[in-house]
Design a protein around this ligand. Structure first.
Ligand code: NAD
Length: 339
């Protein structure tokens, strides 16, 4: 298959590109704006392969999309602003990319009759105290991030309903694994633990998330691309749930860092307590997660420990200023537990 992968230089997108080129022999064009979260380094190992092309541009830019879409059989759209904290501080880019960007891609797919997969999130359903959300659950997003993602999902559905576009939606639960930008919980805590920096835990840390290893989600998206029914949404959830504080404690064990590094900080405004996805519909298509959270977390910690070339430029760049604004303290620079 020839794929246009939008946002393919980010965390999940780059894992998806690697998997599709390696296991399925797909040719891939990545269209990516290279925001702070998008990095060509994420694709360094696939960039030399035949069939790979990179186009730098925004999905809201119709000309860039027209260039990148040349020869594609299908579009998979990962492109997004993805950090809830940033959506609270500066929502503009979220609305532009999720609303306008998704619209431009849908129009391009419609003109050319291409199959289209929108990568979405469990956060569009909001928080749930008990049980799990199904695809039929109402959308009740609570942050500018999840609200603009939900808006994009509705637009995608409308293009199927109104124009007959072969459009599908894939809603993932919380991903973790290699190449995730360190503002997100797991890489943030792993890198801070490795450096002996305090581990900032929001509130009581009892926010529960349904964790999925990134390669499982990437396989799930590929599965929906190949086998899903147009017009349908598919939840792709991980096999295990865990509260943030328990994840953090396990990271301390795996890195050998001290429990005293945990620092409880003021909770995020409107912080959802629990996300949980029921994934029976995609399981019925033949997909299931392969990596349990305990194993995936060990693999992830090992990857960050062994891949300093990837995170060193981030930790010594703009991320330092972001971190200081967010947590009111500077990042340290000591690699005390690395040696
Ligand atoms: N990370 C998670 O836990 C998770 C869970 C479920 C769903 N998702 C969804 O998966 C997708 C990918 O998430 P991620 O964690 O890999 O995010 P990420 O922040 O690591 O990557 C996003 C990528 O999109 C690119 N991008 C941003 N705006 C763009 C624009 N206007 N045009 C082109 N490229 C643009 C960035 O440069 C970056 O490469 C998102 O749609 C997100 O909502 C993420």
């Amino acid at each position: 298959m020839k794929l246009l992968v939008c946002g393919g230089a980010g965390f999940i997108g780059s894992n998806f590109v690697r998997l599709r080129m390696r296991d399925h022999g797909d040719a891939v064009t990545v269209l990516d704006k290279l925001t702070y979260a998008g990095r060509e380094e994420n694709l360094a190992d696939v960039a030399e392969h035949d069939g790979f092309r990179f186009v730098r541009g925004g999905i809201e830019d119709a000309e860039a999309v027209a260039d990148a879409i040349e020869g594609a059989d299908a579009i998979v759209n990962f492109a997004a602003e993805t950090h809830v904290d940033r959506s609270i501080a500066e929502p503009d880019a979220f609305i532009r990319t999720h609303a306008m960007g998704t619209f431009v891609l849908l129009e391009a797919a419609r003109e050319r009759g291409l199959r289209y997969v929108q990568v979405s999130t469990d956060e569009v359903y909001g928080s749930i105290e008990e049980g799990s959300f199904s695809e039929g659950s109402p959308l009740a997003p609570s942050s500018p991030y999840s609200a603009s993602k939900a808006g994009a999902d509705l637009l995608v559905g409308s293009y199927h309903h109104t124009f007959g576009l072969e459009a599908l939606i894939c809603r993932g639960s919380n991903n973790y694994g290699p190449y995730q930008y360190p503002e997100k919980l797991i890489p943030l805590m792993v890198l801070n633990a490795l450096h002996g920096d305090p581990l900032p835990v929001y509130g009581d840390g009892m926010q529960v998330r349904n964790w999925i290893f990134v390669e499982d989600f990437a396989r799930g998206i590929g599965h929906v691309l190949e086998h899903g029914a147009p017009g349908e949404a598919y939840n792709v959830g991980g096999p295990d749930e865990a509260a943030n504080i328990h994840v953090v404690r396990r990271i301390l064990e795996l890195t050998g860092a001290a429990e005293s590094l945990i620092e409880h900080v003021t909770d995020r405004p409107g912080h959802d307590r629990r996300y949980s996805l029921g994934s029976e519909k995609v399981r019925a298509l033949g997909w299931e997660p392969q990596v349990r959270f305990g194993d995936g977390l060990e693999r992830t910690v090992a990857w960050y420990r062994d891949t300093a070339w990837w995170w060193e430029p981030i930790r010594s760049g703009d991320y330092r200023a972001y971190y200081e604004r967010q947590y009111g303290r500077a990042l340290g620079g000591r690699l005390e537990t690395l040696d």
